[in-house]
Design a protein. Structure first.
Length: 342
């Protein structure tokens, strides 16, 4: 097991190196001059030349790359050209918003998708099964930006149930400031008993979380249904039925436990899907996370911001997948990774 984890960590570092290298060179071909933004709107030629020298843009591209990688090893992601603040600090301020949004979206997908998949399998070829399958297809096919706009027009514009943009009400932060522990508004306000801030955060998160969770919810529903149908055809389930074991016990004690094993692997895939979708979702709902940060960095030709946020996205995705693999190993004893005993 230790050997497998060591190999995965080495693989993770190799992938991060590749992501960093590709994003570095791709960010350099984006049209525009970063030095112009650094020097200011009314810069002189002397100021522009000084900005190029300060940013290291007067050096060969390979030298720039080697310097960046050397600083990266020291934990330095550079300075944002757009804000002139350290990228690591800016990413740190926004990371909690994105991670909290993605985590809540995952929980919604699992909380709704698993029961819906079970019901669909139990009532195979019934109206609810057909409805569930149609929902699964539409969930995967529907563009996330289109769904976000539809939810904005209905749940905010028509019904007025949820606020449109932001992470929490501005007056709530003034009247009921959050005592930050993790940077996650929902968790911190819940732990400290700050209920006004908790419910305000929940309302502001509703629309982006529903938008982000829709595709993963459809995938979880479909995988759970397929797994349940497969498990219910197994011999031990048929034997339990023949012995007169109640259908409820068979479904929830035997079938569901084994049917959920494939669903665990979907969590890693869903995190990657949602991290990618956060770029659109956060832009639509003005969510102050990494997704909107990388959009601002791209539009302003802020290459340190582009590379830094991309690297954090990749590191998060790879870490989540490693954790999911380890959970899968302990949940299903049949799985044997290279280097494990037995």
């Amino acid at each position: 097991m230790k050997k497998y984890i060591g190999k995965r960590l080495a693989y993770t570092l190799l992938v991060l190196f590749g992501v960093c290298t590709i994003s570095f060179f791709v960010s350099r071909v984006i049209p525009g001059d970063p030095a112009s933004m650094w020097a200011g709107p009314k810069h002189t030629q002397e100021q522009l030349d000084a900005a190029r020298k300060e940013l290291g843009l007067d050096r060969p591209l390979l030298v720039q790359y080697l310097n960046y990688m050397g600083n990266l090893v020291k934990g330095d992601l550079g300075v944002s050209i757009r804000t002139k603040q350290p990228v690591l600090e800016e990413v740190g301020r926004r990371y909690g918003a994105t991670f909290e949004l993605v985590t809540v979206s995952i929980l919604i997908a699992l909380a709704v998708g698993i029961p819906l998949g079970v019901i669909s399998a139990v009532r195979k070829d019934k109206p609810i099964d057909h409805t569930s399958r149609a929902f699964s297809i539409s969930g995967v096919a529907m563009p996330v930006f289109w769904l976000g706009l539809i939810l904005q027009m209905t749940l905010h514009g028509k019904l007025g149930w949820f606020p449109l943009q932001g992470r929490i009400g501005s007056m709530i932060l003034i009247d009921h400031p959050i005592t930050f522990i993790t940077g996650f508004y929902l968790f911190d306000s819940l732990v400290t008993g700050n209920w006004p801030a908790f419910f305000s955060s929940l309302k502001y998160m509703a629309l982006p979380a529903l938008t982000m969770s829709f595709a993963s919810l459809a995938i979880v529903t479909r995988i759970t249904r397929s797994s349940m149908l497969e498990v219910m055809r197994e011999d031990y389930v048929q034997t339990a039925t023949a012995y007169g074991v109640s259908r409820r016990t068979i479904l929830y004690k035997y079938a569901l436990k084994n049917a959920l094993i494939p669903t665990i692997t979907i969590i890693g895939l869903a995190y990657g899907l949602m991290l990618g979708g956060s770029v659109l979702v956060e832009s639509i709902f003005d969510w102050p996370g990494l997704g909107s940060y990388i959009v601002l960095s791209i539009t302003r030709n802020d290459f340190p911001g582009i590379v830094g946020s991309t690297l954090i996205f990749a590191a998060t995705y790879l870490t989540i997948n490693l954790i999911v693999d380890l959970i899968y190993f302990f949940v299903d004893p049949r799985i044997k990774y290279p280097g494990s005993k037995g």
